[in-house]
Every structure is written in C-alpha cells, then in structure tokens.
Write a protein that binds this ligand. Structure first.
Ligand code: NAI
Length: 477
C-alpha cells in the first residue's frame, strides 16, 4: 500500500454532503491513496459566528495539506457574510482558475464535437481587484490593475500545464489594440515565455474575435489563457455551448495551496432528495488527483465514469427517460464499471501526469525611470472646453505647461470649443521636451489650481521607463 497523501475536504452545503459522499465512495473503492481530513466551511461556520466562513483550524489544515477539495457552499444573502470563495482566493493566493470544457457527444447533445479545452483564467488581478471610485457627481471609474509578477505567474502556469498534460497549443486572448499598456504587458510576456517552450504551439487572439471563435469552433482550442474578466466570460461561453456546465470541475491553483470544486452551486432546490449528479465534483476530484501526481488513478476512474455515461446510466438531470439513477446508485454504477473504457466518448489517456510547478517569479530587472509630468483629473460642469482650458492653462503658467485636456479619453483642448458630456476632465501637464517634473512641481500645480478655484480629484504621474513613455496618449492628441 503506497503512502497516503493527506488532503483537506469539506462536505459543503445543500447537495454538498450527498455528492461528496458519492465521490468519496468512488475514490475509496478505487483505493486512491488519500488521507481524507475533514474541515468545516460555509453555512456551519457562519452559524458558529465566523463571518468569512473559514474557521482558523480549517486554514491551518488547508495550509498544511496544501489541498482543499470542497463541495459547493451556500453564501447567505446580506448579513455581512463574506463569500468563502473570495476569502479562500485571497488567503491562499489562488492565482489561477482552471476550467475544463469538453463535449460528451453522443451522451449529451451539442452543436460541436470533440471539444477538449482547458481555460486558465487569472484570478487575482484585473478589474476584479475591486478598485473603484466615484469622485465627481457624473462619473465613476474602475481600475484595471495588472502586475508583472501576476502576469508572469499565470502565463508560465498555462505553459507548464500544457507541457505536463501533453497539450499541444496555448492561446492567449487580449485586447491590446486598445489597452496597449495593460493588455500589452500580457502579449509581450506571452511572446517571451512562449519562446521558452518551443515544443508547444502558441497563438494570440484579440478577445472579441477570440470569443467569437470559441463560440463557433471551440474544437480548435486546447489551452486558453487570459485575464480575469475575459476568462470569466469565456469560461461560461465555452461551458454553455458545450453543454457541460453541470459536469465541469474547476481547480484554483495557488502559491500556498490549491482548491478543487464543481462549477455548479449547492442546488438547495434538490438538496436532501438523493438525486444530485456527483459528476461535477467527481471531475474536480480528478483534477485534484492529477495535481497530486495520481494521474493513473484519475484515468481509471474517468474511463469508468465515461463508460457509465455512455452506457446510459444517468442521474435525473441528464436522463431522458424516467428511470434515472439516484446519486448513490450512480456512484455504485461507476464503481461497477471500473476497468471499462468508453468506445464512443474520447477515453482518458493512461499516462502519468507530473505535478505542474508553480513558478517562482523573480523580481523584474531594474530599469531607468524618469517622471516627466502628471495627469490631474479635474471636476467642472457647465463650462466650455475653451473657457475651462484657458483657465487651467493660466493657472499652470510658470510651473509645468498644460499639454492638453481630454474628456473620456478624447482630446478637447486645445481645439474646437465644445461643451463636454462629462464633469471629469483630464489635464496633462508636461514639457514638450519631456524634461523631468518633480513632486514639488506637481504640488505647486495643485496649489495654483486650488488658488484659481479649480477642483482636482485625482493625480496620475507620467513616467518613462528606459526612455519609453509609459502612459497612453489621448485620442486625437
Ligand atoms: P446552482 O448551481 O446551485 O443550481 C442551479 C440549477 O442547477 C438548480 O436547478 C440545481 O438544482 C441544478 N443543479 C446544480 N447542481 C446540480 C447537480 N449536481 N445535479 C443536478 N442538478 C444540479 O446555482 P444557484 O441556485 O444559483 O445557487 C445556489 C447556491 O449555491 C447559492 O447560495 C450560491 O451562492 C451557491 N454557489 C456556490 C458555488 C460554490 O461553492 N463554488 C458556486 C455557485 C453557486
């Protein structure tokens, strides 16, 4: 008997205990060498007054075992309770969300055949960092924050995953024709990292056409890596068109631990009836086994499960006729089908999958940085661009010159006199010869604007890195 690998698991809420019981039954029958250590998460923890749903002893166990296998949890509405998923994501540095998308023709009908892709979604940054402001009465903004290390981490993980799993291609989706600096960082690092994996093909899609291609010809994708928001959207599009939402498992890979769960929720409407389909959680469990280097167990169980589906032994959510299996009967059927493999569905390959490394990302090599100006965001309404622009230019006189003013990204001063549609103005102050602008210069500018009765609400400094401007130009500037 091989040494048992400790894992932490939570039976969850709603249908959670029923489907976790079924998966555990299948894994135990397959003699998967796991030491199952239970923790309490979700509703029971909330009831005990733990507002984030994760008791201290659960954290300790998860960090020690480095793996949490969790059934769906119910997040109570209102009452100040935090989502356990968000708490886990932050607490364990879960930087990558992996979702498998595949078709199950002819068991599940789908417009597409032979889809088998893995979406690797960045999980901690982008617009999901939750940095939002309202600073004037008529405008709001959200900041898209990406870091060099976060970007390297997710891109390297996608290539390392492809390599470990014998996948052929990694595709990137970005919108760097518009967000040249933010999405441009992904594109640039993707090219550099791809060069280190010559055995893996790579391609880049602009996200709009990329998503259209996923919807139209998903069979052409293999591993897809992208930013948090695009990843959220494309994983739902892909799962939906392939009809596999209810069967999909997902993995959240972190620097401290990894979390595995079904894509679906706790299904309170069918809880306690013993009819839930355990397949989503089973697939999450298979991702966990492969993560732990137990790929041969995963392959055998997956093939028995595929055979079970193909054999028409289905739970009520999938069965077309009335004779559906209960959760427990389905688990028994999978166990009874151990050693069998599907003939119509694509069988899992019998190969050892090495653990995918979580790369240590080194600091970026230092670069020469020079501050050459500032964008100061101003609030004003009921005034034309010419009148307001002249006031701002005059206030800045003798300090750092006003270069332009833009409204919603479009340059409006100097230029034709218009009444802008927004009360938020971006005024760029810099010298034509791009000489250095100090913090003291910016403080003087702010003081002069205040003296002139002009309200400022935000500042962004303008930097050059190695002589290259590291900020966007205004449209029409
Ligand atoms: P849901 O995924 O729980 O249910 C949607 C529909 O799918 C329901 O009709 C349900 O009966 C059915 N369904 C889901 N899983 C099934 C299964 N294994 N077998 C058969 N039918 C299944 O989504 P809903 O209703 O929006 O959310 C319910 C609760 O789950 C909420 O409290 C939500 O916060 C939580 N949730 C938790 C997640 C997690 O822990 N990762 C993910 C999504 C939702």
């Amino acid at each position: 008997m091989s040494k048992l690998i400790p894992i932490t698991y939570a039976t969850g809420d709603g249908i959670g205990p029923e489907i976790m019981g079924a998966v555990k039954h299948i894994f135990d029958a397959a003699q998967v060498p796991l030491d199952w250590q239970e923790v309490t998460l979700g509703e029971k923890a909330f009831e005990a007054g733990i507002m984030n749903g994760v008791p201290d002893e659960a954290w300790e166990k998860i960090r020690e075992n480095k793996v949490i296998f969790k059934a769906p949890l119910t997040t109570p509405q209102g009452g100040g309770y935090k989502s356990v998923n968000v708490t886990m994501r932050k607490g364990l540095g879960l930087f990558a969300n992996l979702r498998q998308v595949r078709t199950y023709e002819p068991v599940l009908s789908c417009k597409h055949q032979k889809v088998d892709m893995v979406i690797v979604r960045e999980n901690e940054e982008d617009l999901y960092a939750g940095i939002e402001y309202q600073q004037t009465s008529e405008s709001v903004m959200a900041i898209k924050l990406l870091t060099y290390k976060g970007t390297q981490q997710i891109l390297r993980y996608a290539f390392d995953y492809a390599k470990a799993h014998g996948r052929k291609k990694v595709s990137l989706m970005v919108k760097d024709n518009i967000m040249k600096i933010a999405d441009g960082l992904y594109h640039q690092l993707f090219k550099e990292i791809a060069a280190e994996y010559p055995e893996i093909e790579h391609d880049v899609y602009i996200v709009d056409i990329g998503m259209a291609r996923v919807a139209d010809t998903p069979e052409n994708f293999d591993v897809l890596v992208t930013l948090n928001l695009y990843g959220d959207i494309v994983s739902d599009i892909a799962s939906q068109i392939c009809g596999s939402v209810g069967l999909a498992g997902s993995a959240n890979i972190g620097r401290e631990a990894a979390m595995f769960e079904a894509v679906h929720g706790s299904a309170p409407d069918i809880s306690g009836k013993g009819i839930a389909n355990p397949s989503g959680l089973l697939n999450a469990g298979l991702l966990m086994l492969r993560h732990l280097g137990l790929g041969d167990y995963a392959t055998n169980i997956e093939n028995a499960w595929l055979y079970t589906l193909e054999n028409g032994q289905l739970t009520g959510d999938l069965a077309k006729s009335g004779d559906a299996l209960s959760t427990q009967q389905f688990a028994e059927a999978v166990v009874a089908n151990f050693g069998k493999a599907p003939s119509k569905l694509k069988a899992a390959e019998n190969r050892e999958v090495p653990q995918v490394p979580v790369a240590q990302i080194a600091d970026k090599a230092p670069v020469e940085k020079k501050q050459i100006g500032a964008d100061i965001y101003l609030e004003a309404s009921g005034v034309s661009s010419q009148t307001f622009g002249d006031q701002v230019a005059q206030a800045a006189e003798g300090i750092v010159p006003l270069n332009f003013i833009s409204s919603r990204g479009l340059k409006i001063y100097p230029g034709k006199d218009i009444m802008p549609r927004a009360d938020l103005w971006r005024a760029r102050f810099m010298y034509d010869d791009q000489r250095e602008v100090t913090a003291q210069d910016i403080r003087m500018l702010l003081a002069q604007l205040e003296t002139a009765g002009i309200t400022w609400v935000q500042i962004q400094t303008l930097q050059q890195f190695d002589g290259q401007n590291a900020f966007s130009a205004a449209q029409g500037a």
